[in-house]
Design a protein around this ligand. Structure first.
Ligand code: AMP
Ligand code: ZN
Length: 142
């Protein structure tokens, strides 16, 4: 796992929070901001970022995660009622670590509207060989 990066002047999402660079903000609350992703996977693709810098999901305090979840309800309401074509579903995604596709190391939740089964975000079930879940379960301690 990558080392957690601290806030820096270079963090693009910290710059958005500080209004140093422009963003298309659609909703906010006291702890988080929702903005349109600059390189959308589907129409209305939104990301929610905390106002404070935390590098990923695992390093974000529960209170802040809760504020992000609360803001997600507001975002969904906006997307449901405002887009020219109403989304038929949503994928909620957060990448943790470079290997998982994380590019910006300031925690964010992707909200990706889904219009067609084969477009937008999809989990790749069955593409690679994996162990039986019973075998994996033996390693996991509660
Ligand atoms: P991830 O790969 O999960 O770290 O996602 C980072 C996301 O941030 C990508 O989907 C980018 O398109 C998006 N992104 C990067 N810079 C900006 C920006 N200035 N404004 C809005 N979205 C951005
Ligand atoms: Zn940041």
């Amino acid at each position: 796992m990558n080392k957690c990066k601290k806030a820096s002047n270079k963090c693009i999402f910290c710059q958005i929070v500080k209004k140093q660079i422009p963003a298309l903000i659609i909703a906010k609350n006291n702890k988080a901001i929702a903005l349109l992703d600059i390189n959308p996977v589907s129409d209305g693709h939104t990301i929610i970022i905390p106002k404070k810098h935390y590098c990923d999901w695992q390093n974000t305090p529960p209170k802040v995660l809760f504020a992000i979840v609360k803001l997600s309800y507001k975002v969904i309401k906006i997307l449901n009622k405002s887009l020219p074509i109403k989304p038929l579903g949503y994928n909620y995604v957060s990448n943790q670590g470079k290997i998982a596709g994380q590019q910006v190391f300031h925690f964010h939740l992707h909200i990706i509207p889904k219009y067609k089964e084969n477009e937008g975000f999809k989990l790749d079930h069955g593409k690679i060989k994996v162990k039986k879940i019973g075998e994996i379960y033996k390693y996991l301690t509660i």
